[in-house]
Design a protein. Structure first.
Length: 101
């Protein structure tokens, strides 16, 4: 999309998002939120060029599921993104944004 610039995606090219209501190491997205914003988790992240591997980590959420983090912030997919490179969740509700490394 125009003006978004580079953003993080998974190995299939699906866009990853962060949630402004989260805090480092803690997800505020639960219940119905997770149905719209599925969790991103990989045991080993394929780190793209120009991004530091140590910026990625993982948390165990209150629901017991693991979630990958970037600079401490939990990462999500958006259910409305159907194809690699889609960014339909960008700016949604003023709290969901693609992750600019």
């Amino acid at each position: 999309k125009e003006g978004i610039g580079k953003f993080l995606a998974d190995s299939k090219g699906m866009t990853l998002y962060l949630f402004k209501k989260d805090s480092p190491g803690k997800s505020a997205c639960a219940g119905p939120c997770v149905e719209k914003w599925p969790l991103y988790h990989r045991e080993k992240v394929d780190v793209p060029a120009g991004v530091k591997a140590e910026d990625f980590g993982a948390i165990t959420r209150d629901d017991g599921k693991k979630q990958t983090t970037y600079k401490g912030m939990p990462l999500y997919y958006f259910v409305g993104d159907k194809n690699p490179g889609d960014t339909a969740g960008q700016g949604m509700g003023g709290v969901w944004y693609v992750v600019n490394p």
